[in-house]
Ligand binder design. Structure first.
Ligand code: ZN
Length: 476
């Protein structure tokens, strides 16, 4: 991103999700579909490559674990009622303390030990698993990747792209499906679709569907235990209301009592000492968890390669005290600017000059103020801001739609953009850049905005740092 004196950047609105309603099945809600450049086989292959990487980066319990066997049994019961493509579903448990669950494209599904600890009953576990299964069924991750790919390369060569090995090509396109990556972060639309389909699957499997939205509410109430989960599954609002309405539309039914197996497994996990996210990240730095799971597939090679060349971000944070805000940032990054000015916070190697001699940020965050026209909504102000940014970065484009977010209780808007990085590859070609814009309303009616910047193939690695910075932001 190029830095201009009073800052800024740019975009083109992307296509909306194309929704259609195919096959009629057991569940009453029809699974949605949309433009997808992946064939079913390619989607399965991409998910399995991501699963191999997951077992290297995370403490996945062995299939012999009674906890895993219980989750597998519960999963098999639910997928009997899964509509659509018969994906090769697999169920795993991650020995991690934080509440999380995630689904990879084409079948692999993971539940953290912390999620089982937090569940009050089997129906809540069935709820979170039905929700995740519904993301797989509706192919949300590959649809999101397709959308980005279209924004990146245009429509012309789609279809020809994924010919041979999927992994290498995805890495080349900056697409990764490993846990925590951008494409596993769902839109609110995808969330509602997963809730509704999940509601029907629970009903068909005999579980009280209301436990699905109840468990989501519980995770939100606990807050600090499930930040990754809440970030990947943003609350679309009114979860309980629309899930209840869906249940009301189905014939009355007696639901299962809680199972004795759940009680046994719950007691077992309450005595476990799962690892924290930080402990897992530290172990990943030291070589990961499951050396036997290492395959020589190109995906793993590519990602560890890019990690090596990356911009390191210390997990030790220090604080910037600006006249308009305070924010934490990695202690090995630098602040450019002063307490009154626009500031850039970046690793030293992340700033430089672009080919025109303009100051440019390849990695880091730009924080500045924007004065909107009087009496416009934050939504409108954000669109004006993006148009303004585009004046200095004409190829900047928005991926998907901007969304409302809360930043420490203050309302804001979040938008994902792609543009051109000042970094060149070895052939002197400009790399793609991903920019995450967050605009927040200040009490005086102006807008404080942050643009988190990284080359597209390194954004996912830096995203936890960016999210942590945003969590520490306080307006004055
Ligand atoms: Zn979700």
């Amino acid at each position: 991103m190029t830095i201009y004196p009073r800052s800024t950047r740019a975009i083109a609105l992307m296509l909306c999700l194309l929704l259609s309603a195919p096959e009629a099945l057991l569940a009453r809600v029809q699974p949605t579909s949309g433009s997808n450049m992946f064939t079913v086989d390619q989607e399965i292959q991409a998910g399995q490559e991501a699963a191999a990487q997951t077992s290297r980066q995370y403490p996945v319990l062995p299939d012999s674990s009674p906890v895993t066997q219980y989750i597998q049994q519960l999963g098999r019961r639910l997928v009997q009622f899964a509509p659509g493509e018969k994906w090769p579903y697999q169920f795993h448990v991650v020995n991690q303390k934080e509440i999380n669950a995630f689904a990879l494209p084409g079948g692999p599904l993971y539940v953290n030990v912390g999620t089982i600890q937090a569940a009050d009953n089997e129906a809540q576990l069935a709820g979170v698993m039905s929700h995740e299964l519904s993301h797989i069924i509706q192919r949300h991750a590959t649809r999101a990747a397709t959308k980005q790919y279209k924004a990146q390369v245009g429509l012309g060569i789609l279809g020809a792209v994924l010919g041979g090995s999927v992994g290498g090509q995805l890495a080349g396109a900056g697409i990764s499906f490993v846990a925590g990556s951008y494409f596993l972060k769902n839109s609110r639309q995808s969330e509602k679709e997963a809730d509704l389909l999940g509601t029907d699957m629970m009903y068909d499997a005999g579980y009280d569907p209301i436990q699905l939205p109840k468990f989501f509410e519980k995770i939100e109430a606990e807050g600090s235990q499930g930040p990754q989960f809440l970030s990947d599954h943003p609350n679309p609002g009114n979860r309980i209301v629309y899930c209840e309405a869906e249940v009301q539309s189905l014939p009355p039914k007696r639901f299962r009592e809680d199972s004795p197996q759940f009680a046994d497994i719950h007691r077992l996990v309450m005595n476990m000492r799962p690892l924290t996210a930080q402990q897992i990240a530290d172990q990943d730095q030291r070589g990961g968890f499951n050396p036997n799971g290492v395959n020589d597939g190109s995906t793993g090679q590519t990602s560890s390669g890019s990690r090596g060349t990356g911009y390191s971000a210390s997990t030790n944070f220090q604080q910037l005290n600006h006249s308009a805000f305070t924010i934490g940032y990695p202690s090995n990054w630098q602040v450019y600017g002063d307490a009154q000015s626009a500031v850039t916070i970046a690793p030293q190697s992340g700033v430089g000059q672009d080919t025109n001699g303009q100051g440019a940020v390849a990695v880091g965050v730009i924080i500045d103020r924007y004065e909107p026209e009087q009496n416009v909504s934050l939504d409108q102000a954000t669109h004006d801001l993006i148009a303004n940014l585009r004046q200095s970065n004409p190829d900047l484009r928005e991926v998907g739609n901007d969304e409302g977010i809360r930043v420490n209780g203050v309302s804001g808007r979040s938008a994902d953009l792609i543009g051109t990085s000042p970094i060149r590859d070895s052939n002197q070609r400009a790399q793609r850049e991903r920019d995450w814009l967050v605009a927040i309303e200040r009490q005086d009616g102006t807008v404080l905005y942050l643009v988190f910047i990284a080359p597209q193939n390194q954004f996912d690695q830096l995203r936890p740092t960016f999210e942590q910075m945003l969590r520490t932001l306080r307006l004055k």
